[in-house]
Write a protein that binds this ligand. Structure first.
Ligand SMILES: Cc1cc2nc3c(=O)[nH]c(=O)nc-3n(C[C@H](O)[C@H](O)[C@H](O)COP(=O)(O)OP(=O)(O)OC[C@H]3O[C@@H](n4cnc5c(N)ncnc54)[C@H](O)[C@@H]3O)c2cc1C
Length: 413
């Protein structure tokens, strides 16, 4: 079976490794002429780390990222609202890792080169046509401009938030839906942020929020930060470019009067070599992903707000389920339908749950009730309010600890 994967991001590369591990061959193409370690920090949840560990990458992850212990929410002064244990601290058998997105991609790429073969770079997907049991795909060599016609038995669109495969399958109105929050991101030497392994979340993106955490085992002083600021009313945006450069002053002015006791926010911003800017956006959940022998995966299928550590994590889960379905069926179209039936409902629900920004109301309540800060959160929120905030956060980031720890492996033996 010839499986063509469009996109060598986290999702496409994990799909290639998962297919290979399940005994299936594939080819990966990407429009980029070179894969460089782009982006900044992301978090991999224990359910994704389990899958990457089963692919033999556990040691590389541990040597590269930072094992996350806590996610701690504070107000803008650093008063602690809630601290939630993460990964093994929460009882999972697998850690959560905070890691540089580009370094994760390079770990996956090295494994793909070794186990599957080279990724065909500079090769852009343009269109496809299904013809009985085959898919005819038109790719373009971005250097020479030459059109390349290929035949495949299965095509996986893992081509990210601006997926051309998705646009081919779902032509028409499919805008980038924006809640009015702009994100600036960067890395800088600083910290330690709390214990050096905590994801610190300060404030609320109903006004301004600042997230900071360490991402590098090799460089323990490297801090990843994300500033999320409500700058406009909800609407749609035309463009969302993960690599767009942002301006220091555009972001710094929103934190000019912040004094956070655990974090030198203005110092971190000023020490960042490069600042990136991105609108916090998603797309409407699709009523169906794929058709026949073509499907979608990762951000191409379900782009969601990057607030719940789900961008990379859900793409990894998609990849593993897709490989299992394809390897355990004689009928590729039925396998893709089974994959979609398993993955579309939970990822659509997650997408909408992210969009509702479920914990922001409680954090805003803290700012309203204690505008000058607080000594003890029990003076500000009731135990019920705190419990419901914790439950809302669990709803977008976690799976049941026991269910994950005890479920059968998805590896195909
Ligand atoms: C450059 C870059 C930087 C990012 N930085 C961050 C970050 O800092 N923080 C964060 O939370 N998320 C970031 N993301 C998004 C994050 O990687 C995804 O949310 C998540 O990992 C799911 O990955 P994915 O594989 O579905 O998509 P992506 O990681 O977006 O990968 C998609 C791949 O498809 C390729 N591609 C696109 N169109 C075509 C085409 N027509 N033909 C062939 N190939 C195509 C792209 O070059 C890319 O390599 C970034 C994505 C990219 C591409």
């Amino acid at each position: 079976m010839r499986i063509l994967i469009i996109g060598a991001g986290i999702g496409g590369l994990t799909t290639a490794l998962s297919l290979r591990a399940a005994g299936l061959d594939c080819v990966v193409v990407d429009s980029a002429t070179a894969l460089r370690p782009l982006g900044v920090g992301i978090n991999l949840q224990p359910h994704a780390v389990r899958e990457l560990t089963e692919l033999g990458l556990g040691e590389r992850l541990a040597a590269t990222g930072v094992e996350t212990t806590f996610m701690t929410f504070t107000d803008r002064f650093g008063g602690e609202i809630l601290a939630l244990p993460r990964g093994r601290s929460a009882g999972y058998r697998w850690p959560q890792y905070s890691i540089h997105r580009g370094e994760l991609q390079m770990i996956l790429l090295a494994a793909v080169k070794e186990r599957v073969g080279p990724v065909r770079l500079g090769t852009r997907f343009e269109t496809l046509r299904q013809d009985g049991d085959e898919v005819e795909v038109v790719l373009r060599d971005v250097t020479t401009g030459e059109a390349l016609r290929e035949r495949a038995d299965v095509v996986v669109g893992a081509d990210g938030v601006h997926s051309a495969v998705r646009a081919r399958l779902h032509p028409g109105d499919d805008p980038l839906v924006w809640g009015g929050i702009r994100m600036w991101r960067g890395t800088a030497k600083g910290g330690p942020v709390m214990d050096g392994a905590t994801v610190l979340v300060a404030g609320s993106n109903r006004s301004a929020k600042f997230v900071a955490y360490h991402i590098s085992a090799a460089d323990p002083r490297l801090v990843n930060w994300v500033a999320e600021v409500k700058v406009d009313e909800p609407g749609v945006v035309k463009e969302a470019d993960w690599s767009r450069t942002g301006g220091l002053e555009d972001v710094a002015r929103h934190y000019a009067r912040w004094e956070h006791r655990h974090l030198d926010i203005r110092g971190l911003l000023a020490a960042s070599e490069r600042i990136l800017e991105y609108p916090m956006c998603d797309r409407e959940p699709l009523a169906w992903w794929g058709e026949g022998r073509v499907t979608l995966l990762g951000d191409a299928a379900h782009p969601m707000y990057p607030i719940g550590s789900n961008g990379g994590s859900q793409a990894v889960l998609d990849a593993r389920v897709l490989a299992r379905c394809l390897a355990t069926s004689d009928d590729p179209a039925a396998a893709l339908a089974a994959y979609e039936a398993e993955r579309r409902p939970p990822t659509s629900a997650l997408l909408l749950a992210h969009r509702s920004l479920p914990i922001e109301a409680t954090i805003s309540l803290v700012a309203e009730r204690a505008p000058g800060g607080f000594a003890d959160i029990a003076d500000v929120l009731t135990a019920e309010e705190l419990a419901s905030m914790a439950a809302a956060q669990h709803g977008i980031t976690d799976v049941d600890v026991r269910a994950l720890n005890e479920r059968e492996s998805w590896s195909v033996r």
